[in-house]
Design a protein around this ligand. Structure first.
Ligand SMILES: [Zn+2]
Length: 66
């Protein structure tokens, strides 16, 4: 948790999950911290795992047919 001052209304936002200011609704220019990078990476990692699993299923199915 870290305090982040809204550039529009100058009020602090404490929630790292928020991309919008709680007070004025303006989009917060998100700082690119370590946590932000992990959150941005997570969807692509999940997609990569799903694609790998699907490919493995196809390989196993192809081997069983032969
Ligand atoms: Zn604000």
């Amino acid at each position: 948790m870290s305090e982040y001052i809204c550039p529009h209304c100058k009020k602090p936002t404490y929630d790292d999950e928020n991309t919008l200011c709680l007070y004025c609704g303006e989009a917060l220019p998100r700082r690119i911290g370590a946590m932000g990078r992990i959150k941005n990476l997570r969807p692509s990692i999940i997609i990569a795992i799903i694609v790998t699993l699907v490919l493995l299923c196809f390989i196993v199915a192809a081997l069983k047919i032969q």
